[in-house]
Ligand binder design. Structure first.
Ligand SMILES: [Zn+2]
Length: 119
């Protein structure tokens, strides 16, 4: 069981809308495969076949993808009253034309390049 809203219908009785895109019900399938906010490419998509695979290497990769996706989903959760950086982005979609990029995809930590150190 994943921590998606459809698995917690008692907790989220009134609003099952996806925390990331706000366009669909936050089901396991949606979170793992369908959500366009969580999956801007296929890199972290998880299919049912992958979840029920008996290949342990595959399963470990699947677990990693799920973890990555759930972490990303958490960044869309908005604790009320706490102005997070991600909140500011979400409140000003016009700045980016509605394309709010997840933090992970614009990590500034790539400026240091190994191999270019002093001789
Ligand atoms: Zn979604």
């Amino acid at each position: 069981m994943l921590k998606v809203k459809s698995n917690y219908k008692n907790k989220y009785k009134t609003n099952l809308t996806c925390r990331a895109c706000g366009l669909a019900e936050e089901t396991q399938i949606h979170i793992m495969q369908e959500c366009t906010k969580l999956h801007q490419n296929d890199t972290n998509k998880v299919t049912q076949e992958m979840i029920f695979s008996e290949n342990t290497t595959q399963l470990s990769q699947t677990a990693q993808r799920i973890q990555t996706t759930m972490n990303l989903l958490e960044t869309f959760s908005k604790p009320s009253g706490v102005p997070l950086q991600s909140d500011r982005r979400a409140l000003t979609p016009s700045v980016t034309g509605g394309m709010a990029l997840p933090e992970a995809q614009r990590s500034p930590g790539t400026t240091q390049q190994p191999g270019t150190s002093a001789p």
